[in-house]
Ligand binder design. Structure first.
Ligand code: FAD
Length: 443
């Protein structure tokens, strides 16, 4: 990279998976003036697990943080899709082929480990990356340079101006709202009318129940499905924690959820929602201590007309929030960050705002269609899993039966080999390097 491009001032709003990976990727690409503004007072990641698919691992490895994340991860060798009511298996998919085919196994881990190691990676680049916690970015402007008001929780607000601004500020993104306003486009987050309980049980909590212990000991992700609802579960943290995440109609949600769309939920309501699931699932959910049930509103957004305006770009959930059914939300935010690092690293000496815009537009060109395809796939997969009695469910279950006989697609899309090829088999940073040569460097 050209020496003067390295000193461009880059501000990143949000220290989630997208913001942290942008900071790390850009510092490793040679940028020296990166500041991350985060409204929370620390990384503050919820206690929850996360699937770390090969397309995520490949980028984290390039950025030098995968080995430490992998140490604590659990490798998934199989997935089982089961009837919630009976625990009868509908479909089974072997995941062992994934490492051989895509270079990384399909793993699961603890969110705090993933975020923590990204943060540690950033700290190793501390000469080039500065974090400003407990500070919210407001009142964004795009011209002549990107600027915003930084509002610290304590202290006076101050103005910040930069050369490049990345809005990695999540599903409730201020950057997106400001960009759409600037472009005179009306669009808002869409309520999916679905919500999720997220639960972590310790090995100790499960230890007196042999059936539950078998779940945490297996190298398996299980999805139990029923009408309008499902539960997905897998062991994390070297099998010391069993991570459970659910999706159900959003009927029990508190009227005024917090800024993060979460709320304390009632254990009684949760047990009732899964009242017709099998006794083992009941025993499992019943282990959650009273007062520790948390519910998340699941929100998405209609595809945006653009992710880029001037020298400002949106990243991650800010521009493609998704239902979790493909387990790709964070992976896609990390892909965004990987591609941004590559395209900005190609900026010429004396880069002008027009050069920056051209590079960010290339980022959008590489990423937008793919991310939006995955958002739609996640929604479609949810519809297939949540079917009630009727012709469509009969067809879905016929597909599951064909799968058992060794042929046909998997209705649970994330486990389908053709979908996995499209998701895991794409090295988006490599694609970005090739596109930079052909579209920015004119090679
Ligand atoms: C139930 C569930 C399960 C999931 N499972 C998976 C999975 O298995 N695999 C996977 O890849 N993905 C999964 N996801 C999706 C994934 O969690 C998200 O897509 C991902 O965390 C998005 O990262 P982000 O950095 O874009 O946004 P966020 O993580 O939301 O980060 C945004 C950050 O910006 C900060 N912020 C917001 N506004 C401002 C402001 N104005 N100024 C400063 N800071 C601000 C916020 O405090 C936050 O820290 C799941 C999601 C859910 C709901």
């Amino acid at each position: 990279m050209h020496a003067d491009a390295q000193s461009l001032k880059i501000c990143i709003l949000g220290a989630g998976m997208g913001g942290l990976t942008c900071a790390l990727g850009l510092a490793r690409a040679g940028f020296k003036d990166i500041t991350v503004f985060e409204m929370a007072s620390n990384l503050g990641f919820v206690g929850a697990g996360i699937q770390m698919a090969p397309n995520m691992a490949r980028i984290l490895d390039r950025l030098g943080v995968w080995d430490d994340i992998f140490k604590e991860a659990v490798v998934l060798n199989e997935t089982s899709i089961r009837q919630g009511a009976t625990d009868a298996e509908l479909g089974h998919v072997d995941l062992k082929y994934i490492k051989e085919t895509y270079g990384y196994p399909h793993t699961v881990g603890h969110r705090s480990t993933l975020a923590g190691e990204l943060y540690n990676g950033c700290k190793r680049e501390s000469d080039n990356i500065k974090f400003v916690f407990a500070t919210t970015a407001e009142n964004l402007k795009f011209e002549p340079k990107p600027s915003f008001t930084a509002v610290p929780r304590s202290g006076e607000p101050y103005q910040v101006e930069c050369d490049i601004l990345l809005g990695a500020d999540g599903v409730k993104s201020n950057t997106r709202v400001a960009m759409l306003k600037e472009l005179n486009v009306e669009a808002d987050v869409k309520d999916t009318n679905q919500a999720a309980y997220r639960i972590m049980l310790t090995r100790e909590q499960m230890s007196s129940d042999p059936e539950l212990l078998a779940l945490i000991d297996a190298d398996k992700v299980i999805r139990w499905i029923g009408e309008k609802r499902h539960i997905i579960a897998y062991p994390v943290s070297r099998k010391q924690i069993y991570n459970i995440s659910t999706t159900q109609p959003d009927v029990n949600f508190a009227a005024a959820p917090s800024a993060t769309y979460t709320t304390k939920a009632s254990k009684k309501a949760m047990l009732e929602v899964y009242g017709d699931f099998c006794p083992m699932i009941h025993r499992m959910l019943d282990l959650v201590p009273e007062g520790e049930v948390c519910e998340w509103k699941l929100r998405v957004h209609a595809p945006l007309p653009t992710w880029v305006h001037g020298s400002v770009a949106l990243v991650g959930d800010a521009c493609h929030p998704t239902l979790p059914h493909m387990a790709q939300g964070a992976a896609q935010a990390i892909e965004d960050a990987g591609v941004i690092s590559v395209v900005l690293a190609a900026l010429p000496s004396g880069a002008t705002p027009a050069d920056i815009n051209k590079a960010l537009k290339l980022y959008e060109k590489i990423r937008k269609e793919r991310a939006e395809t995955l958002v739609e796939l996640a929604a479609a997969s949810g519809r297939a899993m949540h079917l009630g009695e009727g012709k469509a469910k009969e067809e879905r279950d016929r597909q599951f039966a064909a799968l058992k006989a060794g042929k046909g697609p998997v209705p649970d899309k994330w486990a389908d080999a053709d979908v996995q090829k499209m998701v895991y088999g794409v090295d988006c940073m490599k694609i970005a390097e090739e596109m930079v040569k052909s579209e920015l460097n004119g090679a």
